[in-house]
Write a protein that binds this ligand. Structure first.
Ligand SMILES: [Ca+2]
Length: 162
């Protein structure tokens, strides 16, 4: 019987550890939110695909310099981490050299992190941890290099809290 209760205590202790680590105290505050992108691909694009929870679809801008996609979280959140997932099956290398910025004013966005180089693996994940106390309503992902680029993302997860 003592062993049983010790086992229960062990489980509870470990649950607590897990609860305070990883994303368990955070929420993906981007899910289902409003999305805009710099341009729409000429044969159609659905910006909301960036936040629909499905990793097999994707967004698609037209060909341009410094294309971007921006999520409106609807209110301010403390943002800890942003994850960006590339397309699967084709063209993931188009996701390259991106700035990820967060802010509560579109004219005053702060750098959360930068990814240098190109993605190489289908569905590759870019993850950046924002500086301590990053706070904002808008999250913007923008290609910073090259003259003509498409920007496609399969999904964006923004880990934050109120
Ligand atoms: Ca998606």
């Amino acid at each position: 019987m003592i062993c049983y209760w010790l086992f229960i205590l062990f489980l509870a202790y470990n649950s607590k550890i897990e609860y305070t680590m990883g994303h368990n105290v955070l929420t993906n505050v981007a899910y289902g939110k409003s999305v805009r992108q710099s341009t729409d691909f000429r044969w159609g694009s659905v910006p909301d695909n960036a936040v629909n929870g499905i990793f097999t679809d994707f967004t698609h801008t037209d060909l341009e310099k410094n294309p971007w996609i921006r999520i409106d979280l609807g209110r301010n959140y403390t943002i800890h981490e942003v994850e960006v997932f590339g397309r699967r099956g084709c063209c993931v290398e188009r996701l390259h050299d991106v700035d990820i910025r967060v802010g509560n004013d579109l004219h005053d966005m702060h750098l959360c992190g930068h990814f240098t180089g190109s993605c190489t693996r289908s569905g590759e994940r870019i993850a950046v941890f924002c500086p301590f106390n990053t706070f904002g309503r808008y999250v913007k992902i923008q290609i910073m290099e090259g003259w003509n680029n498409y920007l496609s993302v399969a999904e964006v997860l923004v880990w934050g809290r109120l």
